[in-house]
Ligand binder design. Structure first.
Ligand code: HEC
Length: 115
């Protein structure tokens, strides 16, 4: 119990540090670039839920970063790639650490108590 709490505190603190000064945080990018329109937190809507994306990419942050850059094939619902692919243009101009923060947001967000 206590261990879990410490892990959570370290994680939240680490995320805040990681957000840096000049780059936007993953959650800000996600809401500001319209991703939430098709991606709800817990339930699949037009697109897979953030939880589903997180589960599929768990432990595979590098692959999700590559996908977000348009350099990797989809693995969640590839048959619906036609709808998602054009959305990647909205995030075509991010910095490296912003891609990473966005990927991390989707993979880890649902583990946070405030998600
Ligand atoms: C118009 C609706 C729509 C919007 C807006 C949208 N998506 Fe998607 N997204 C989808 C659909 C449909 C899928 C399922 C296709 C797939 O899994 O490749 C998907 C799948 C994904 C996946 C899983 C890819 C995989 O491996 O299969 C990720 C990650 C993702 N979206 C991130 C984002 C981000 C980040 C944004 C904002 C820039 C965004 N989406 C905006 C509809 C949308």
């Amino acid at each position: 119990m206590i261990n879990k709490f410490i892990v959570l505190v370290v994680f939240v603190y680490g995320t805040a540090l990681f957000a840096g000064v000049n780059s936007e945080s993953g959650s800000a990018i996600f809401s500001e670039r319209g991703c939430a329109m098709c991606h709800a937190k817990d339930n699949d809507t037009v697109g897979p839920s953030i939880r589903m994306i997180g589960i599929r990419y768990s432990g595979n942050e590098n692959k999700l970063v590559a996908y977000l850059k348009g350099q990797s094939q989809p693995i969640v619902y590839p048959e619906r790639d036609g709808m998602m692919r054009p959305q990647l243009m909205k995030i075509g101009n991010l910095y490296e650490d912003e891609y990473r923060s966005l990927a991390r947001y989707m993979i880890q967000a649902f583990m946070r108590t405030d998600f």
